[in-house]
Design a binder for this molecule. Structure first.
Ligand SMILES: N[C@@H](CCC(=O)N[C@@H](CS)C(=O)NCC(=O)O)C(=O)O
Length: 359
């Protein structure tokens, strides 16, 4: 049986856990203590990231998308990638948005800027150090351990103005998805796609379980909350993706938001990687971060570091565009994706030994 090393508070663990359940892949979940992080995760993957899956033959995988790709290749029943080019692209856009926008924007803001979450979240962090200690000790140590994440906010451009814009966007997303789930079981019909698992990760581990955003979701978007509960407990398909490669109306509107908010930022990161590769022709290894860039969210401006790893996730979207250019361009025309269509990647990246490097 495979082992899933993860945490309840981790969105990427939630994404993989729900996927494994959907595919009926037996797994044992191992709670990651700090000891485990150093003695197993770091040793085996060379990184400190979770989730990590260890396979029966001893192979160890990190990165939620790489883990899902592995099992999709191995187990072709109930594939989570739709075969229609438009739905495939929509699913990939939903994935990059969940992984690379919702986590560093909505998740960080709603978890750390609402002190009413602390009584729940700090002891959860503390459990990684002292699993069976009294709550007050876990709270105290959790406060220290979580500083690593809280201190990321200024680096990622989360100013007070940007956080206001994040809230506006989140409430819009709650309303769109609430309306969508009154009519559909999953994002693209009666069967979950990769995008369902990727949105579920942040929408469950932070935005449903953390008390402040959780209350907001349950009050304002009860149908969305029911989808989250279904995804958290062995999701099953009750049919197929919507017929004729169509994109449901509310998802089309969500794709517009995804393109407007996250794609300029990710494309700028990809251009920086292209430039870096040209200036460093003999290097394969990429720096984890490049110097800062400006970005805009609903007319509010800020600056953030450029992370290089998300370029691999964006590349998954770019690869979908190549599969059927006329059909995918049609969808991008509707949702405002001209910048994405115009971009020509100069430096392709791959994942090697659990890190994103140049090809
Ligand atoms: N791209 C990775 C991201 C994984 C990730 O950021 N995991 C977080 C927890 S949800 C983590 O391990 N952070 C540890 C750290 O930043 O040191 C994936 O898709 O799995």
């Amino acid at each position: 049986m495979i082992n899933l090393y993860g945490l309840k508070i981790s969105p990427f663990t939630a994404k993989v856990r729900s996927y494994l359940q959907y595919k009926s892949i037996s797994y044992k979940e191992i709670f990651v203590t700090m000891l485990e992080q150093y003695n197993f995760i770091k040793k085996k993957t060379g990184t400190m990231y979770i989730p990590v899956v260890s396979l029966d033959d001893g192979e160890v995988l990190q990165d939620s998308s790489a883990i899902i790709d592995h099992f999709e290749e191995e187990n072709k029943s109930n594939l989570v990638t739709p075969s229609g080019p438009k739905q495939k692209l929509a699913s990939a856009l939903l994935e990059v948005y969940g992984d690379e926008w919702m986590v560093p924007f909505s998740c960080l803001h709603y978890r750390w800027n609402y002190p009413e979450n602390y009584d729940y979240i700090l002891p959860e962090f503390g459990r990684m150090a002292f699993r069976f200690a009294p709550k007050s000790i876990k709270y105290w140590i959790g406060n220290k351990l979580s500083m690593r994440f809280r201190s990321l906010m200024p680096k990622l451009g989360l100013t007070a103005e940007i956080c206001e814009a994040v809230e506006q966007r989140h409430e819009m997303l709650l309303s769109l998805l609430n309306e969508h789930f009154q009519q559909h079981e999953y994002l693209l019909g009666d069967r979950p796609c990769l995008g369902d698992f990727a949105l579920f990760g942040p929408l469950y581990a932070h935005l449903y379980l953390d008390p402040a955003p959780g209350k907001l979701m349950k009050d304002k978007a009860p149908y969305l909350a029911s989808w989250v509960e279904k995804m958290a407990d062995h999701p099953k398909s009750s049919g197929d993706f919507v017929a004729n490669d169509e994109i449901p109306k509310m998802i089309e509107r969500l794709l517009k938001i995804i393109i407007e908010d996250s794609i300029p930022l990710l494309l700028e990161s990809a251009r920086r990687v292209d430039d870096w590769a040209e200036n460093n022709p003999n290097e394969k290894k990429l720096p984890g971060a490049l110097s800062g860039m400006n970005f805009t969210l609903l007319d509010k401006k800020s600056t953030r570091v450029v992370a290089t790893a998300p370029v691999w996730k964006l590349q998954r979207v770019l690869d979908c565009l190549k599969l059927n250019e006329s059909t995918t361009s049609e969808l991008l025309g509707i949702v405002g994706g001209s910048e994405l269509l115009a971009y020509k990647q100069r430096a392709r990246v791959v994942r090697k030994n659990n890190k994103v490097v140049l090809c």
